[in-house]
Design a protein around this ligand. Structure first.
Ligand code: F6R
Length: 617
């Protein structure tokens, strides 16, 4: 949440920052702003609204300077106004600051600073921090012991901060320099050709460099045109490690697609291939997970799994639960990370703890990881963003390798989490009771998943037509059983978040215990109807809806014969192995939500009130 860009180099900063902000807009789009240090002034342009509004505003300034910072905001403290947009400038005019996070003790600091004569133009916690830096700067007129006065003022101010932050700061007395720091909000430094770009995530700088340094919690970076140094809050020097981003600019661009969500839905066959690549054993009977850092003997001692995640990733964990319990015959518990961290739930000694997070920065999931580690558990992560906080703090794990996911609604990252959950179930099952032949069959099924997803994507024109017919309905139910119950939850979430239609996901048979009261001809139900043991049970649930004049959209595996007239709409999906079914069944609900949102003219990549990567509690 909130995107940060900073630039120190030889080019004009403003256009590079605006370009970076456009690429970061999915992290927040309530307001945007930039500040360039030029001609001895901090020149600020900021506006409520999208980056394009800022870009227009920027044309009214003469931005020539080569050092600057920019921000795209997801509002926490203070409404969506020009005044609350970042950057904020200290009341003495010395400092400009951008911030991602929440300063929890801002009220006390504000009272203290007001007493010292500092004034405030916004309602934000950020402006308080900016003035606190100015206060420490004024208090210590000279850099002591050869230290840099700018850097030390930021360090001192941060010493008093409770909360989370990714910040970048400019000081009027230090042209060509920038200080940035992080605690629980992501920040990385791109090392370019005679230039340094600071950003909340790599998509903002990938067009200028693939070489990056990921800052750790409690680290500050001091950037000058000559280079940069990293140190900790307690003044220890840190040797920077330069990593290389493996994806390219094209991965973070729309190409021929109308929206990132559409692009990412259609990229899924390739994304699944990338997730699985190199992760099957040579004999083709199991999965390989080198990154778990656990031997087969250690894994055999595990007698329970615990998964924590948020949102769509939590749904993916529910599918993993189903498959691990079914195939590996081990109990699994899945919890919302936000609940787990405060619930103090008892965990027994042989529990293996997993967190799942596309971004690797979701604050609740990170906090759950830390809580489990504090209790002495080894924590493994399933995560997409290389170098993220979760990836760094976990004891091991598996990267999803699906490239950047920019659409705010998770799509390709979700199905990749599903495939990794299925592979984990296979891996554990093969260490226990699953036979070689069953393993081979399972592996072959997973290898075939990309092609089945490709086939399902060919239903897009049919799904678009259905979406247009149903777009005006105000309520939807999504109903599925077993491993498709979490996909019902995911379908309901997708529809809610991108089209603002009220939708609920339920286990199909639970519907009789309350939600059936919602059924009228105005509340359609989306049913998942797979072949197999529960087919007849699902048909009975559909009959109960039909008897109450409810409309039915049925996602049906090929080869299933539904009673004539029972479903109003039928979307066929290929018949497949149980481990692959949730992946294939996800595609129609992604497309349905996408096309309904288009029919309603919703902004599918930037939904109301949402932002990618939830880095605040
Ligand atoms: C929904 C969605 C969110 C995320 C959730 C967790 O489409 O994208 O529900 O799944 O915020 O995000 P990560 O996986 O980054 O921890």
């Amino acid at each position: 949440m909130c995107g940060i860009v900073g630039y120190v180099g030889k080019q004009k900063a403003a256009s590079i920052i605006l370009e970076g902000l456009k690429r970061l807009e999915y992290r927040g789009y309530d307001s945007a702003g930039l500040c360039v240090l030029q001609d001895g002034r901090l020149d600020v342009a900021k506006k409520a609204g999208r980056v394009e509004v800022l870009a227009k505003e920027a044309t009214r300034h003469r931005f020539n300077g080569t050092t600057g910072i920019g921000h795209t905001r997801w509002a926490t403290h203070g409404g969506v106004t020009d005044a609350n947009a970042h950057p904020h400038v200290s009341s003495d005019g010395h400092f400009a600051l951008i911030h991602n996070g929440v300063i929890e003790n801002y009220a006390q600091m504000k009272a203290f600073l007001s007493g010292k004569g500092y004034t405030f133009r916004s309602e934000t916690d950020t402006e308080v921090l900016c003035n606190l830096i100015a206060y420490h700067y004024a208090k210590e007129p000279a850099g002591q012991n050869g230290t840099n006065r700018f850097l030390e003022s930021v360090r001192k101010a941060l010493d008093h901060v409770e909360g989370t932050y990714g910040i970048a700061v400019l000081c009027i007395d230090f042209p060509g320099e920038m200080v940035a720091a992080r605690k629980a909000s992501p920040l990385l430094v791109g090392v370019g050709d005679n230039e340094y770009i600071l950003a909340s995530d790599a998509s903002a700088l990938i067009n200028r460099t693939q070489n990056v340094v990921y800052l750790k919690d409690g680290e500050l970076v001091h950037v000058t045109p000559a280079g940069f140094t990293i140190s900790t809050l307690d003044q220890m020097d840190v040797s920077p490690v330069v990593d290389r981003i493996t994806w390219s600019v094209a991965d973070a661009e729309l190409g021929s697609h109308a929206h990132f969500m559409e692009k990412e839905i259609f990229e899924q066959p390739q994304a699944l291939e990338n997730t699985m690549r190199g992760r099957f054993s040579e004999d083709g009977s199991t999965a390989n997970f080198g990154g778990l850092n656990l031997s087969a003997t250690e894994l055999r001692q595990i007698d329970r799994f615990m998964f924590c995640a948020c949102g769509s990733a939590w749904h993916a964990c529910l599918v993993a639960e189903h498959l691990i319990e079914r195939y590996a015959r081990l109990p699994v518990e899945v919890d919302y990370a936000s609940e787990f961290r405060y619930r103090n739930s008892p965990l027994d000694r042989n529990t293996l703890f997993f967190v799942m997070s596309q971004s690797g920065e979701t604050i609740d999931t990170l906090a759950a990881l830390r809580e489990a580690k504090r209790k002495g558990y080894r924590v493994l992560a399933i995560n997409n963003v290389v170098g993220s906080s979760i990836a760094r703090e976990a004891d091991g794990g598996v990267y999803q390798h699906v490239g950047p996911e920019i659409g705010v609604a998770s799509t390709k990252a979700f199905t990749s989490q599903l495939v990794l959950g299925a592979m984990l179930a296979l891996y554990i099952a093969r260490l226990r009771d699953m036979s070689f032949n069953d393993g081979v069959q399972y592996v072959n099924a997973l290898k075939g998943a990309p092609e089945l997803v490709r086939q399902t994507l060919r239903q897009a024109p049919l799904i678009k037509e259905i979406a247009q017919r149903y777009a005006k309905h105000a309520d939807f139910l999504f109903l599925g059983r077993l491993s498709l119950f979490p996909i019902a939850l995911e379908g309901a979430l997708k529809l809610k978040e991108i089209s603002y239609i009220h939708a609920e996901g339920y286990p199909a048979a639970e519907m009789k215990h309350g939600p059936i009261a919602l059924i009228t001809e105005k509340c359609p139900s989306v049913f998942f109807v797979p072949k197999g043991e529960i087919f007849n049970k699902i048909v009975s649930s559909m009959q109960e809806i039909k008897a109450r004049k409810g409309k039915i959209i049925a996602i049906v595996t090929e080869g299933c014969e539904l009673p004539p007239g029972l479903a109003d709409e039928v979307i066929p999906i290929p018949d497949c192995h149980e481990a692959v079914l949730p992946i294939v069944a996800t595609v129609p609900v992604q497309l349905l939500s996408y096309y309904i949102a288009l029919a309603l003219k919703c902004d599918v990549d930037k939904q109301r009130n949402l932002a990618k990567s939830v880095t605040v509690e």
